[in-house]
Design a protein around this ligand. Structure first.
Ligand SMILES: NC(=O)c1ccc[n+]([C@@H]2O[C@H](COP(=O)([O-])OP(=O)(O)OC[C@H]3O[C@@H](n4cnc5c(N)ncnc54)[C@H](O)[C@@H]3O)[C@@H](O)[C@H]2O)c1
Ligand SMILES: [Zn+2]
Length: 379
């Protein structure tokens, strides 16, 4: 089977580098990869209820047929289950069934599973090995690369977690055949972000593949996953040397996280990030960081995936600003944004930072200008 292998070259003094393996129909390669790169006496497949129904039996059968010991542990699907109770239930079940230090974990699912299973692997017996088998676009191109694991608290997303690098990531594009369309488009918002922050030609290519990707064309999705993973891997690796370049990955996310939280998670992460990029690109133009027209080009790309680019009228600008201030990424009160200069190039401030400080008035103005007109009838 043709596979593409993308190395994630980490700082070797801290973590072993690992590969992201991308291809179509390559789930069958999992037993061999486990034997070579994640050897263990038994494997715990952690998944959610939805992905579990679709793929867990097949994955478990592949492992067992290859002579490996494997059992599945599913938790209910949904971001609201990425919480301490799920971690408590999973770790209890794993220990009760005798999953010891000599075991390894397989995270089979989207970003919720990746974060949860990764955090279980980071903490159980003070850390056991794991492999990522992402099944959403978002998990393939974003969540499974970089080693961040964790869970949500009532006070906010991802407030508890650990860095724990997987032994490898296996992305089988064929699993995307069953992914619901909103999740497909939402994941592609992150691919557009990758183009904006690093590679204009890629941003334009993603736009040209939109129809094919939404139709779940495997060749188009494979190219998108491959190139996005390369960009994310390169940025994550470069951060060791280049101070704070990793911050560019946050484009669209300062506003996006606030929109996501204040919408009560009614919007998907990728949808909130699409809106966030639209607001932040407006900011970039109004403060004179971005070339005029940059935002229009971005909006065109997002529109091809039918992604939202305006704030829902129910969200209040001052309230969103408040939410941004509470986000853990806000340093010392002042809000800083990773902003594009043009498609493919991010702005760097005079002091070498990859973020730009923006005043509250400008943020409020950009939020208000990116609002959908309130269409509720007036009497
Ligand atoms: N660790 C990181 O660096 C990082 C980066 C980005 C996002 N994240 C996290 O990722 C999460 C979002 O990930 P997500 O969008 O993949 O959400 P998700 O894991 O909730 O998956 C979305 C939905 O699709 C279902 N699903 C998954 N794969 C499927 C498939 N192949 N076919 C049919 N249904 C499928 C899931 O059961 C779920 O209902 C958030 O919690 C976010 O914080 C983490
Ligand atoms: Zn994101």
């Amino acid at each position: 089977l043709p596979v593409t292998t993308i190395p994630v070259p980490l700082d070797r003094t801290l973590d072993a580098p690992y590969d992201v393996v991308v291809g179509r129909g390559i789930l069958t390669e999992l037993p061999q990869l486990l034997r070579e790169r994640c050897p263990a006496h038994r494997y715990a497949i952690i998944t959610d209820s939805r992905v579990g129904t679709l793929y867990a039996d097949r994955v478990a059968a592949l492992l067992i047929d290859a002579g490996l010991r494997a059992a599945t542990f599913a938790f209910p699907a949904g971001e609201w289950n990425k919480v301490r109770q799920t971690w408590a239930d999973l770790t209890d079940r794993l220990v009760e069934t005798g999953v010891g230090r000599d075991a390894a974990i397989i995270a089979l699912g989207g970003g919720v599973v990746g974060d949860m299973a990764g955090f279980v692997a980071a903490t159980l017996h003070r850390g056991i090995p794991y492999a990522q088998v992402p099944t959403t676009v978002l998990a393939m191109i974003d969540a499974s690369v970089g080693g961040k694991t964790g869970l949500d608290l009532p006070a906010g997303k991802n407030l508890v977690g650990a860095f724990h690098q997987p032994r490898f990531v296996l992305a089988d594009i064929n699993t995307l055949a069953t992914l619901p369309r909103p999740h497909l488009a939402g994941g592609c918002a992150e691919a557009i972000k990758h183009g904006v922050i690093a590679d204009r030609a890629y941003a334009e290519a993603v736009g040209s593949w939109a129809r094919a990707c939404l139709a779940r064309d495997a060749a188009a999705l494979e190219r998108l996953v491959e190139r996005s993973v390369r960009i994310k891997a390169e940025i994550v690796a470069a951060d060791v040397a280049e101070r704070g370049r990793r911050q560019v990955l946050n484009f669209g996310h300062t506003v996006g996280h606030a929109v996501e939280a204040r919408s009560g998670y009614g919007l998907l992460h990728g949808e909130a990030v699409a809106i966030g990029m639209a607001v932040e690109a407006r900011l970039a133009e109004t403060v004179g960081v971005a070339e005029p027209g940059t935002r229009a080009q971005l909006l065109d790309l997002l529109a091809r995936f039918d992604l939202p680019t305006v704030l829902p009228p129910t969200l209040d600008a001052a309230d969103l600003l408040e939410a941004m201030r509470h986000d853990k990424k806000a340093r010392a009160g002042a809000l800083r944004f990773a902003l594009p200069k043009t498609l493919g190039v991010m702005a760097q401030s005079a002091d070498g930072e990859w973020t730009v400080e923006i005043g509250s008035d400008e943020i409020l103005a950009a939020l208000k200008a990116t609002r959908a007109p309130d269409v509720s009838p007036t009497i």
